[in-house]
Design a protein around this ligand. Structure first.
Ligand code: TRH
Length: 400
């Protein structure tokens, strides 16, 4: 099974492409992995889209190839330079090599470009377009700040703040051009094949399938108790990581042991190896409910249409609270009061590690039908905006 955004590309095809199109713009994307997989997850998707949907030439500078290899197994964590899916991947070392800067430079999530590189930008006949790609937020100030320039304190260079977002006037969201068409064609037979390939348990009659990806802040143990008392069988699929470790500890399950099933009353837990990024999408499409976190899985869950529960990345001094409330307000606007309340109760509980009881979960799960309809409408609304990669290309072209 091959999806278009897996973008296979050989070295030969890469060289032909370069030779073929001298007009293509050169892009450098700088990504410093702070923790987890969201930073590189976003940069990788963007890099692939720029190459394959916009014909740009992209170098992706990453300071942590081990993290990268978790979501893209083709990545060799020891290679200084490699080409994957026609994207040039360069290991970003502390002592930065002399490099000719690209036409467009993306500084992802304020990661701070190497001084040497900034000085080289100054030497170019035409200054590169310098963009600081920010974190995603639904807060209302985003549209005011999106696109604002910020002059460099010492050099005659300016970078532009680019804010992804959910509303017109923001930078938009990462979305491959055929992502939703492929999703719509993902039928039960394809889903079954995916489950077989991943050695996931077959669906039992009346079973609910849930995928789980979350932070320490989520009341996982509490949720397990709730699910075990469900009136229908539940399969909880947990890629290795924080949640899987907690469940392993809870059930005395060897942490490295994946695929083995844990059975507890109505609940079956299946811990699986961390998936490739493209495969994770298929998991989200195949489950009835998706627990997601951070930024990238959160957006992917929206394209998957299924009811989802977001675990926001916790920030110091609870700075994430406003971000959480802003999205919840935007997302639940227009929902019938009962459904909106069920979503709010479940999401709040999941994020503040409160006592999650059967009622909160059952109320939320009972909204499955209305939430599917709502998510379709939500996605249709999001589709009114251009996607993030297209917006970046448009912006860069206007500057060059
Ligand atoms: O890994 P995260 O917690 O990343 C976070 C956020 O981006 C946060 O905003 C940022 O500040 C912090 O990192 C540093 O969650 P996120 O954003 O969902 O990224 C997870 C990536 O991992 C995403 O690209 C999907 C991918 N993934 C897989 O490829 N396979 C898997 O099995 C799973 C569960 C996820």
């Amino acid at each position: 099974m091959q999806y278009s955004w897996q973008y296979p590309c050989s070295r030969k095809r890469f060289q032909t492409q370069l030779a073929d199109n001298s007009m293509r713009r050169k892009w450098d994307i700088f990504c410093a992995v702070i923790d987890n997989f969201g930073d590189i997850g976003v940069c990788w998707r963007l890099a692939k889209q720029l190459v394959h949907e916009h014909g740009q030439s992209v170098r992706l500078w990453v300071n942590n190839l081990v993290s990268f290899a978790n979501i893209v197994p083709e990545v060799n964590p020891r290679a200084q330079y490699q080409i994957i899916h026609c994207v040039e991947i360069c290991y970003w070392q502390r002592s930065f090599v002399d490099t000719e800067p690209a036409d467009v430079v993306i500084e992802a999530f304020a990661c701070e470009l190497p001084e040497k590189y900034v000085r080289a930008m100054l030497q170019k006949e035409r200054n590169p377009v310098w963009i600081n790609l920010e974190y995603l937020s639904a807060e209302s100030w985003v549209t005011e700040y999106h696109g604002l320039p910020s002059p460099h304190p010492r050099f005659s260079l300016a970078k532009t703040f680019f804010f992804p977002g959910f509303v017109p006037g923001s930078g938009g969201l990462l979305r491959e051009k055929d992502c939703l068409t492929i999703h719509d064609n993902f039928d039960q037979a394809t889903e079954r094949k995916f489950f077989q390939r991943k050695r996931l348990s077959e669906r039992k009659t009346g079973e609910i399938r849930i995928s789980l990806f979350c932070y320490q802040s989520a009341p996982v143990e509490n949720f397990i108790q709730v699910l075990s008392e469900s009136t229908v069988p539940v399969l909880l699929i947990v890629p290795q990581g924080i949640a899987a470790d907690r469940l392993s500890a809870l059930f005395n399950h060897a942490p490295c042991q994946t695929k083995a099933l844990i059975n507890y009353k109505q609940l079956t837990i299946q811990i699986i190896p961390f998936m490739e990024q493209t495969e994770y999408d298929l998991l989200l499409w195949s489950c009835d409910f998706n627990f997601v976190r951070g930024e990238d899985s959160f957006v992917r869950a929206q394209w998957a249409i299924k009811p989802f529960i977001w675990n926001i990345y916790p920030q110091q001094e609870d700075a994430h609270r406003d971000k959480f409330d802003a999205f919840l307000t935007l997302y639940t606007a227009g929902l019938p009061v009962k459904v909106a309340s069920a979503v709010q109760a479940m999401w709040h509980c999941w994020n503040v590690r409160c006592e999650l009881n059967n009622l909160i979960w059952e109320d939320f799960a009972a909204c499955y039908g209305p939430l599917i309809q709502h998510n379709k409408n939500w996605v249709n609304q999001l589709l009114k905006q251009e996607d993030l990669a297209s917006n970046l290309v448009q912006f860069a072209e206007n500057q060059l």
